[in-house]
Ligand binder design. Structure first.
Ligand code: CA
Length: 474
């Protein structure tokens, strides 16, 4: 009998913010290749990560669990790949499985990918050009070329060789556009004569928020290195002129890396067309988290602020998804695994904490769908970024954040504790999150409700071992 289960082609970028994608209304670039997935499928407008950092988000996606469960609370410790993942469960159910590109969950021993028929991964972040790839059995191969192109080549080669009698699940996980933002040679001059629009909060002075925002060392103005900028700041540029120069250098290289991603997504979609499997394949485009593109004066991620919290999530599956649709339902990285299993007709195991959003893809949001989400960034005051550990809750309108100021055993924390701090944002009145209303008497009831909801989420998700909010409010 012909196997009607869909193929799953999961394309994940690294640090690609939704606001640098045309389908999400980018003001700074065009992405026709990626946008094709939205035009022919669905755009999810409230897809969030549960911890805005590379390894933790990847672990949450694979295992369908929050980081206190899967163990990857920061970029170290590494992932124990013996725990079941949506990939290993699909493999057990007869899917052919493949992974190429960035893994970033450790390697060697228990950290090597499990459940893949074939894998070829970058060591940690790998390189943008002529990168090494690690393969089973401790083998290392160097593949010449631009890594975004190479990863796609490897994936397409595998697709050509696959067993056509069975469905596949292929993970194509790019390095781009992660720091240090090195473009392909063909894009070196892209935007050369353009002035890229600045975000409205590039000159954020951090007034109106608690102490942490102004302490972070991830500023476009001060903290990018010569390696990041590939040039020395002209000595005659100071103050705002230096900020403008840094921003343009930074954002152009970032967008050049995105341009190569976009071409390669288009190439994969063309392959599906040529192979005749476009209608039977679920195509996903996402990123492990969002990113600050000069927003709040920053690069990087980590924060629960919108730009780094939001993940792009575009899905095409013509058998079930209406072309050009969108949804405001809150979906999370921990939901990805359950969703793919559901689409494949595989039972979602009870240990997974996410929930399948397959009905939402079909335009049928369940009445009991979540109305709030829990976030936790674990690393307190790491040497490079000086971001405070924090957790919080977001609803469609509000966001409550607590900077708990404890290292909680996290490696990298080097200065603590400080005085804990709260922030509350009314996203309807203040979508740029410039003015915390936590102390505003008019929001007293909102603070009370959201604090209770935060405690409820921590109990429900069993994240109660380190600085739980119940100890603060009791
Ligand atoms: Ca990342």
């Amino acid at each position: 009998m012909h196997d009607r289960r869909p193929n799953i082609l999961f394309v994940m970028a690294d640090d690609h913010a939704a606001h640098a994608i045309g389908a999400y209304g980018s003001r700074i670039n065009r992405t026709p290749g990626i946008d094709r997935i939205a035009v022919e499928g669905i755009r999810l407008d409230a897809c969030f990560c549960t911890n805005s950092l590379c390894s933790p988000s990847r672990a949450a996606i694979l295992a369908g669990t929050y980081n206190h469960i899967n163990g990857v609370t920061s970029n170290s410790p590494d992932f124990d790949a013996r725990q079941p993942t949506f990939v290993s469960l699909l493999h057990d159910a007869g899917y052919q499985t493949h992974l190429t590109g960035k893994w970033h969950l450790g390697h060697g021993g228990i950290h090597d990918p499990v459940g893949f028929d074939r894998w070829s991964i970058l060591p940690d972040h790998g390189r943008y050009h002529d990168s090494e790839f690690l393969e089973p059995g401790g083998t290392t191969v160097v593949r010449s070329g631009y890594t975004t192109d190479v990863i796609t080549d490897v994936a397409i080669d595998w697709l050509k060789e696959r067993d056509r009698s069975r469905p596949f699940c292929a993970l194509v996980q790019h390095k781009a556009p992660h720091r240090s933002w090195e473009p392909a040679a063909r894009h070196a001059d892209l935007y050369e004569h353009d002035e890229i629009a600045e975000p409205p909060t590039l000159r954020d002075d951090y007034e109106g928020r608690a102490a942490p925002a102004r302490e972070a060392t991830m500023r476009i103005a001060d903290d990018l290195t010569e390696e990041d900028l590939k040039a020395f700041l002209p000595p005659d540029l100071v103050g705002d002129a230096a900020l403008r120069w840094n921003y343009q250098r930074y954002i152009k290289d970032y967008l050049r890396c995105v341009a190569a991603l976009d071409e390669n997504v288009a190439r994969l979609l063309d392959y599906l067309d040529d192979d005749g499997i476009a209608s039977s394949t679920v195509v996903v485009y996402t990123s492990d988290q969002g990113f600050f593109l000069g927003d709040h004066g920053w690069y990087d991620k980590r924060w629960m602020y919108e730009e780094s919290l939001r993940m792009p999530m575009l899905v095409r599956y013509p058998r079930e998804i209406r072309a050009g649709s969108s949804s405001e339902a809150i979906v999370l990285n921990v939901d990805f695994g359950p969703t793919f299993l559901d689409l494949a007709g595989v039972d979602v195991p009870g240990f997974m904490q996410g929930r399948s959003f397959r009905p939402i893809l079909r335009g049928e949001q369940p009445a009991d769908w979540r109305t709030s989400m829990y976030y936790r960034y674990w690393v307190h005051w790491d040497v490079a970024h000086h971001v405070w550990a924090h957790y919080g809750v977001r609803t469609d309108r509000y966001k409550l954040v607590y900077y708990y100021a404890e290292p909680c055993g996290q490696p990298g924390a080097h200065e603590a504790p400080r005085t804990p701090a709260w922030e509350l944002f009314d996203l309807e009145k203040d979508p740029l999150e410039l003015r915390s209303v936590y102390e505003d008497a008019a929001y007293r009831d909102v603070v009370r409700e959201l604090t209770t909801e935060l405690a409820r989420l921590q109990e429900e998700l069993a994240d109660t071992d380190c600085a739980p909010v119940r100890d603060v409010i009791s």
